[in-house]
Structure formats: C-alpha cells, structure tokens
Ligand binder design. Structure first.
Ligand SMILES: [Zn+2]
Length: 469
C-alpha cells in the first residue's frame, strides 16, 4: 500500500492585540478596564448612545499602529486618506451595532518569511457574559491593532513560532499589551490526495497555544473529510477551548454581510512624510537588529545571539553585564547568562523580569569565577540560589554566608585526594592500567568530599602527583 501523503496546508492569521494607550480610541475614558468596577469607564461615545459623536482618533494609537506596521516591514499609506469604516453586526457587546475599523495603515510587509497583507486599527467591543446575561462596557472603544498575514503559513509549528516572535517584537516596541489581550482568527485550507479543500475560518482564539491546537485539530479533521471522499466546505467555526476542538458556527460571512460604510462622524487621517519620519526616529531596535548588533559588536555567535534577543530583558541584562565587565569577557557573559541563568530560570519557572536579578548580580558572580574565588560547580549552585531568593542576596553575601570559597589550603586538599584514593582502589587500579578516564571519577570523589569547593585543575594536578609516583 502506498503510504499516505502529507497534506499541504495554507494558513493565514488575523491577529488583534490591544494598544496600551491611557484613553480609548474615540473618547477620553481610561482603558484600565481590569482594575475598575464594571461599567465605570464609560461615556455616551463608548456606550454607543444615539447622537453621541466620536472624538478624533487617539493620536498615540495611530502612531503605535504605524510603528507596528513599519517593524513588520510594511509600506505606510501616506498618499491617501485613512478613514474609519463601520462594520455592522449585532451582538450584545456592541451597542451601536457596528465596530469602527480603519482602512489599512500599512500594507505588503514581511516578517520571518510570512507576508503581511495589512495592518490597521480597530476598536474593541465590550465584554458579554452569556451565562449571566451581563455586559461590561469598560473595554468598549479600547484601541486594537489588527495584523492580517498572507496565507503563507504551512504548519501549526510555523504559526506558533510566528506568533511567539510577534509577541517578542511587541515587547520590544512596548505600548502593546501582548499575548494576554491577543485574539486571533485563523484561516486554513488544505490540499490532500489531490483534492483542494475550501477555506475554513476559526474565530476568537485567545492564546498562541490555542492557535497551535486549532491548526492541529483542523488539519486532522479536514484530512479525514477528504479521505472519506467528502468536501471541506467554506464555513466559520468556533474554538471550544475546554475540549480543544472546533465547532461549526455558520457559513462564512462575506464583506457584504458587514455592510461596510465609511463613518461620516470621523475625520480621515493623513500620514504626512514629516510625521512618519518623526515616528520612525522614535522606533526602538527590533530583535533582528539587536541580534545583528550583538554579532557584530560583541562577536556573539548567531545561535547565542538569537537566544539572547528572544527575551528583551535577557538581551538588556547581557548588554549591561558586558559593558561593566569589558568585551574580553563576552564569552563568560554568554555562558553564565544565556546558558546557566536561563537554565535556572526555566527550571524554577520564573521570568527574568520578576526574578529580581540585576546586572550587578551577574557581574559580581562572573568576577568571583574569574578571580577563582569560587569553583564552576559552586557558581552553578549560586545561580540557582540567586533565582530562588529573587536576587535579595548578592553572590558575595551567599558565598560568605555558606562558606563556598574555593579551598586554597593545600594540606586540606591533599587529605581529600588521599581519602578519595584510599576509598576507591578499583578506580586507582583502572587508572594505573591505562584507563585515563578513571581520573575523572576520582576527581568527582574529591569534589564530593570538598562539597564542590575544590578547583578541578588543582585536584587533577594533585591526583596525578600522588598516582604517577
Ligand atoms: Zn468613553
């Protein structure tokens, strides 16, 4: 039997994330909807009351949208007016009956090999709780950025990597609220056994993991339909997170269903070249630019640079440490930050920004290692200690407190070496008969006796001196 061929998947994403402005998109109500009682950050505009006229679009929100579009390599629309349209649909969280959504601010970008169709602004609706029948309009009118990709994504893994990197990019930019406020719609179609399925849309997925699960699930569901000789039909589906499956909602709506019309109450936006230049000057370095700079400026290898810049806090910590120590210690900084600190943070499930660990801690640690005050083994434990006590004690304090300094006393070390030799005659015999690796075993025993406070180099010297005679 012929093995089943792989399905070819085509996926595009529409990603919404809140923009972190103080006030809403078309009124001056605050956007901190999580911190206040329901329906307190509201006014006639964001409640959509008849006759209420929106204010001019929040300038900061427009500027952030322009920055996002630029960071995604989009061409900014400067040669024509950008206006807000009314997108009509009926839902309890949308009292006006339409959502305001802008025409594209940027188009034709590319990020990590995935084409970006367009970037535009939208207003968030309120929050409806169907089981209680209650609506909270605090969120209504909060600015959202929407990013629409081209259908260039070919696997669930690629979608996940794209979104993770997009969230990192948002962290670099600041001013965006990140994955916690993300809602994504995914489009997916497959070509399988020579049959092209229609495009299925899954709406309102609110985590990167959710997007990954949806794509995995749809891939299998659509393959099974085709395998049975059926047709994948064009439709919109919902993601049931609790069961990790998707469920049919309705036949796909088209643009006509939304009856888009320009909002006559809102002045169009014109992005002038001057304004654009000013915004570009304010733009922070992107992860890709930082990676390039780490490679060129500090001689970090590509893989290490990539890992470092994937976490903005780690990249910044690294750079401060290197600046304090000097460029000759770049390798030590990479080892102790990119490898050891990262390992410990992951093991203890702590993010760097909440770990309390500052550049000074790592500078001090690396100096202790360089000056041979502590052994490598102890230094690793010390990194864990720093993470566990959230940087409340400095490396020096921990070393003093726990007596972790390297043993320089030769007598003491010699005694430890003698003990290891006495207790392990088999290893000694192996070594003497030419099995050099037995020496590492003996060194391990000495380390045990000294609780890791011996310098391996000196232990090897002493072992050889005793055994080779
Ligand atoms: Zn308002």
């Amino acid at each position: 039997m012929k093995p089943l061929e792989e399905a070819k998947m085509k996926c595009g994403l529409e990603i919404h994330v809140q923009i972190d402005t103080k006030s809403k998109l078309f009124c001056s109500c605050p956007t901190n909807y999580l911190d206040v009682e329901p329906n307190t950050n509201v006014c006639p505009i964001c409640l959509g009351l008849p006759g209420a006229k929106p204010m001019a679009p929040n300038k900061r929100a427009v500027e952030i949208a322009i920055m996002v579009a630029r960071m995604l390599g989009c061409k900014i629309i400067t040669d024509k007016e950008i206006y807000f349209q009314r997108k009509h649909y009926d839902y309890p969280d949308l009292p006006s009956g339409y959502q305001r959504t802008s025409t594209p601010i940027g188009v034709d970008g590319e990020f990590l090999g995935i084409g970006i169709e367009e970037v535009h602004l939208e207003e968030d609706p309120g929050q409806y709780n169907p089981s209680l029948g209650l609506v909270d309009y605090n969120r209504s009118g909060t600015p959202l950025i929407e990013i629409v990709t081209k259908p260039d994504i070919k696997s669930p893994e690629e979608a996940r990597a794209f979104l993770k990197n997009l969230m990192t990019l948002f962290r670099y930019l600041g001013s965006l609220r990140g994955e916690g406020t993300m809602r994504a719609d995914v489009n997916i179609s497959i070509n399988y056994m020579g049959v092209q399925g229609e495009r299925v849309e899954v709406k309102n997925i609110n985590s990167i993991k959710g997007v990954y699960k949806v794509l995995k699930y749809e891939l299998i569901r659509q393959k099974n339909i085709i395998k049975r000789g059926g047709k994948v039909k064009r439709e919109t589906r919902a993601f049931l997170e609790s069961q990790m499956i998707t469920k049919s909602m309705r036949a796909k709506e088209t643009a006509e269903d939304y009856r888009y019309i320009p909002d006559p109450d809102i002045q169009p936006i014109i992005i002038t070249e001057d304004w654009l230049r000013k915004i570009e000057e304010e733009m922070p370095e992107t992860p890709l630019e930082k990676k390039k700079r780490f490679i060129e400026e500090y001689g970090v290898n590509e893989k290490d640079a990539e890992v470092l810049v994937s976490d903005l806090d780690m990249a910044e910590l690294f750079e401060k440490v290197v600046k304090a120590l000097g460029k000759e210690d770049v390798d030590l900084a990479v080892t102790w930050i990119r490898n050891e600190l990262r390992r410990s943070l992951q093991y203890h499930k702590v993010d760097l920004y909440e770990s309390g660990i500052k550049p000074e801690h790592m500078v001090e640690l690396i100096k202790l290692i360089k000056d041979e005050v502590i052994s490598q083994k102890i230094a690793k434990d010390l990194v864990d200690e720093l993470v566990i006590n959230r940087g409340k004690k400095t490396p020096k304090e921990i070393v003093e407190e726990k007596g972790l300094k390297v043993i320089k006393d030769t007598n003491f070390l010699e005694k430890a070496v003698e003990e290891a030799i006495k207790n392990n005659p088999k290893a000694v015999e192996d070594y003497l008969s030419g099995k050099k690796e037995a020496l590492n075993f003996l060194m391990g025993q000495v380390m045990k006796i000294t609780k890791g406070r011996a310098e391996p180099r000196r232990v090897i010297e002493l072992l050889k001196k005793k055994l080779d005679n």
